[in-house]
Every structure is written in C-alpha cells, then in structure tokens.
Design a protein around this ligand. Structure first.
Ligand SMILES: C[S@@+](CC[C@H](N)C(=O)[O-])C[C@H]1O[C@@H](n2cnc3c(N)ncnc32)[C@H](O)[C@@H]1O
Length: 373
C-alpha cells in the first residue's frame, strides 16, 4: 500500500453521536464522510489519516483498513494470514498487538484461536514482536467468513490531547465534550460557560475550538510507528494548519470545589488558552451572568449517585435551573445527564430529546434549550 492509494478510513465515534462526528469530518474537508453504525467512514490516503488524527476533536480513534480475505476455517486463516502483505503497513522492529472480534455469521467464531494464528503469522513472516503493551494494534473483524484487517492509527485514545494532567472525580472525555458542544451547534464563535466545570473539559475544549487549535498538536500517534509513515509528509500536514486566531471572547468555568477549579486553571494553562478562560470558585446558586455577548451554557452536573443522595441532587438541579432561568436570558443551555427526572427538576424549557449516548457504562442524554426567554 503506498501513500497515494485510497483505502477506507473509519472514525470511531461515541455511540449515539455518529452524526455530529460526520458533520465535523465534512467541515474539515473530508467531504465523502458518511455515517455508519459506530462511526464515520470515508476513503482517503495516509496523509488524510494523519490529518484526521491531528484535527478531529470528536473521533475516539482513527482506523485504517489494510486489507481483507475470506477464511472458512482456522487452517485457511493461518495460510492466508501468512501471505498477507504485513510489511506494507507494519515495521518488523515495532511491537504489535492483535484484537479479533467474531460474530455468529462466521464459521471461525473463536476469537482467541484466530488471534493466535494472526499473531503467529505476523511474528514468523514479518518478524514484528507481539506485545500486550504495543502502541500499534491490528484490529480484525471476522464477519460472514471474511476477515477484515484494520490498523489503529491513533494509539492512545484521541481524548488524550496531552494537556490535561489534573482531573477531578468524574472528568468528561475531551472527545465526548467536543461532540456535545457540536450537538449544541457550537462553532467557536460565542462564549461558553460551564457552572460545574470540574477540571474544565468543556471550557478548555470550547476555547481551543474558538482559537482554531489542532486537537492533537501536543501528542504523538501510532501512525508514526508504521511503515507508511513519512516524516516530511507529516510535517507538511502539521504546517498546513492555520495559525491560532485571536479571540475576543471569554470562556467561563466555575465549580463549588476549589480544588478542581485550580486543576481547570492548570489544564487551561497547559493547553495554551488560559488568557481566554476564567475560572471562579462558586456554587451554582451564586453564579452571576457574565457581561458581554450571550452564548452557550453547557454542563455535566453530578448524577448516578446512590439513592440516598438523590434528594440532594434534586436540590442541585433545582438551583441550577433557578440561576439559569433568572439570570441567563438569551443564553442557550445544554445539560448532560443520565437522569431525566433530575433534568426536569431544572424546570428549563427543553427542546425534543436526542438519542441516548454511551458514557462510562451509563446512558446519558443531552437536554438542550433554545435561547432562554
Ligand atoms: C460530573 S462533575 C463535572 C466534570 C467536568 N465536566 C469535568 O470534565 O471535569 C460535576 C461537578 O459539579 C460540581 N458541583 C456539584 N454541585 C455543585 C454546585 N451546587 N455548584 C457548583 N458546582 C457543583 C462538582 O464539584 C463536580 O466538579
């Protein structure tokens, strides 16, 4: 496979937010991007893979399809895996791990046995060591007796931007925060305020988007350890990113926990957006409306607590709703929570509800309003 030949690129999405990721991919110029279950797919080349990893804020990871073949039994899988052109993608001195998923539509259904055959083919034919800690993962889907091979080009999940070191108790993943901002129609042109900001994920993500910073500017990726990598081409992709914009906006975070506010400040500093972020130690009932243009309030209040705490949570959501209804006329609101009753306790005028979204073993939903009266 050379860097010029197009192949399928698959962007893994948070389930329930595929459409938002598809929109982001198209906005970044991946015009053929189409929504499929679990993600977004389009055809592209290796420089597109590098660009997708560098720029996309909502993708969980970026997979590159490297080939497929039919296999009806393990001996056939073994033989064909040994003939597979691994050296076009993998390097013989870079450790690899293999992950296989099977389904009932295939005669090969034992993922462990299939993994073992493919790992053996890679080590014995290419020479690459197999390691459970490898940064490079070959993902194999055996569907309808076809083995489909992809390589995970991201390595560490793309929510790891490389800035957030300090986190509170229940931090939101940056990728999910970006998709939620996108689902609220945020395009980097209005202020954003999170009144329960924890370590500042929404605030920092929104500020980075406003400045036009590349999501992956501070980290490395697994594609840098593949045979298809070209340092000059990668440098060209990085240098094509427009310089950061000056932004006449402020991004506000507050929380009743002073410790997490300090973490938010440090994280914003590391991300290079501290001059446009303002973190304040305040309970939601003491929150004041900022001067300046209206924008988006986005918040991920506590939820999923033990039953004994539910009463307290109703009071917290009630106070949030009261503050927003009385002081934030003209602002839009997005609340991320798993609990519809708690969301309703805000007494905010919600728009029709979107699909459930998988988040940390729970299903959450985004409760949105239009501009508040
Ligand atoms: C689920 S966490 C938010 C996590 C955040 N999105 C992040 O990425 O780090 C909920 C936050 O709400 C804050 N909180 C709870 N009750 C509050 C209140 N009455 N006023 C302000 N903050 C509150 C907690 O201190 C906690 O940081």
């Amino acid at each position: 496979m050379n860097t010029e030949t197009p192949f399928e690129i698959f962007l893994v999405a948070t389930p329930g937010l595929e459409q938002v990721l598809c929109q982001e991919a198209r906005t970044l110029g991946f015009l053929q991007a189409r929504q499929v279950p679990g993600g977004v797919s389009f055809d592209g080349t290796w420089p597109d893979v590098w660009r997708a990893n560098l720029l996309l804020r909502g993708a969980t990871r970026v997979l590159a399809r490297i080939g497929s073949f039919r296999a009806f039994h393990l001996a056939q899988l073994d033989k064909r895996a040994r003939k597979f052109p691994w050296g076009e993608t993998l390097l013989s001195d870079v450790p690899v791990k293999v992950e296989v998923v099977t389904n009932k539509k295939s005669k090969i259904y034992h993922a462990g046995a299939a993994t073992e055959r493919i790992e053996r083919a890679i080590t014995e034919e290419l020479g690459a060591p197999i390691s459970p800690d490898a940064e490079v993962t070959v993902k194999v889907r055996i569907d309808d007796n076809t083995c489909i091979f992809s390589v995970d080009t991201s390595g560490e999940g793309l929510h790891k931007r490389g800035h957030k070191v300090a986190v509170g108790k229940a931090p939101m993943r940056e990728t999910l925060a970006a998709l939620m901002l996108g689902a609220c129609g945020y395009q980097g042109q209005e202020p954003v305020l999170d009144p329960m900001c924890g370590s500042g994920t929404f605030v920092i993500e929104a500020a980075e988007m406003a400045r036009g910073l590349a999501a992956g500017r501070s980290r490395t990726f697994a594609f840098q350890s593949l045979a298809t990598f070209d340092a000059g081409g990668w440098e060209a992709v990085r240098s094509a990113v427009a310089p950061p914009r000056d932004v006449p906006l402020v991004f506000y975070g507050s929380d009743r926990n002073a410790g997490v506010i300090e973490m938010g400040r440090q994280n914003a500093d590391r991300a290079g957006v501290s001059e446009i972020c303002q973190f304040t130690h305040a309970a939601v009932s003491d929150l004041q409306r900022p001067d300046g243009p209206v924008g988006l309030v986005i918040v991920n209040p506590p939820y999923g607590a033990r039953i004994g705490n539910k009463k307290q949570l109703f009071a917290v959501y009630g106070a949030l709703g009261e503050t927003l209804r009385s002081r934030f006329s003209g602002w839009r609101v997005g609340i991320v929570t798993s609990d519809t009753q708690l969301a309703r306790a805000t007494a905010l005028p919600f728009l029709p509800l979107g699909a459930p979204i998988a988040h940390g073993g729970l299903k959450v939903r985004l409760f949105q309003t239009g501009p508040l009266p």
